[in-house]
Ligand binder design. Sequence first.
Ligand SMILES: NC(=O)c1ccc[n+]([C@@H]2O[C@H](COP(=O)([O-])OP(=O)(O)OC[C@H]3O[C@@H](n4cnc5c(N)ncnc54)[C@H](O)[C@@H]3O)[C@@H](O)[C@H]2O)c1
Length: 328
Amino acid sequence: MNILVTGGAGYIGSHTVKELIKNNHHVIVLDNLSKGRRKAVLKAKFIHGDTGNKKLFTELLKSEKIEAIIHFAASSLVGESMAKPAEYYRNNLVNGLSILDAMREAKVKCLVFSSTAAVYGEPAEIPILEDNPTIPTNTYGATKLALESAMNWYSLAYGLKCISLRYFNAAGADPEGELGEDHNPETHLIPLVLRTALGQSPDIKIFGSDYPTPDGTCIRDYIHVTDLAAAHILAVEALAGGAETNTYNLGNGLGCSVREVISAAEEVAGRELNKKFTDRRPGDPAVLVASSDKIKRELNWKPYLNDLRTIIETAWRWHKEHPKGYAD
Ligand SMILES: NC(=O)c1ccc[n+]([C@@H]2O[C@H](COP(=O)([O-])OP(=O)(O)OC[C@H]3O[C@@H](n4cnc5c(N)ncnc54)[C@H](O)[C@@H]3O)[C@@H](O)[C@H]2O)c1
């Protein structure tokens, strides 16, 4: 298929582009490089542009005969989203609506959308199911949920087919060592721990040690980025085969605490790290673990790289070989 990937120079996008090409799809990446890295786009055709540029977007859909879009491009820092809601509504919702309108104009029917566990807010139950209440506790989650909702109504009225993938914590790096995680600023636990192991930070901060969990630290669900990429291929191929608009969680189903992640990273890196315990961050639920049974059942998704050690080993290899990220 001819597939347009927005945000394909970012962390999850670049890994997905690599897997799409391996699966013989023809990929065009559109990225404004606000966060992404040009070097992370290995083989696809690259267009430097913004999702909010509807004219460019519509022309691209037509001239490249695009059959499906995978839409990663977004602003995704929870703290920043609370300080700058206007920016988040514009990039995540307004630009998303512009994409849906361009699809209508260019008669492109299929869209896979990067949604997030943040749409659930404080979970009603663990593991979290797709039909659990969605009550986001931050602007980021609210903007993603708003676009999901628009996609549902556009599907009914205009016949678009959209799959929303609600990711939990994407982690790890390309097992072949070509791609990795290089966010700036970095807010994700595993790269922060590994940067500490590389001596780039004096200690690793642990936000709260009095949660009602076995070791007192938060439990999260880490999914390997290459397993995540594979789910996008299944989703886009399902849409091309006639699947209807739908929503799926994507996690591992295995919760790991912050302390467990740090211990596993210490083992992989072969060194003990300084830990700094600080207060809980407001709005951080104690446990966030997904049920991904629906996507396993309906799209036959099977994660292969799901144990914590593999996730950390692949990430460690990339960080060790690229201590300055893509700047190396
Ligand atoms: N990383 C995670 O754990 C996680 C979890 C849940 C959901 N998500 C979602 O997955 C998607 C990808 O996440 P990521 O970690 O790869 O983020 P990322 O920041 O690495 O990638 C996003 C990419 O989109 C580009 N971009 C942003 N706004 C753009 C615009 N208006 N026009 C064109 N390009 C634009 C950025 O330059 C960047 O390359 C995001 O939508 C994010 O909200 C990520």
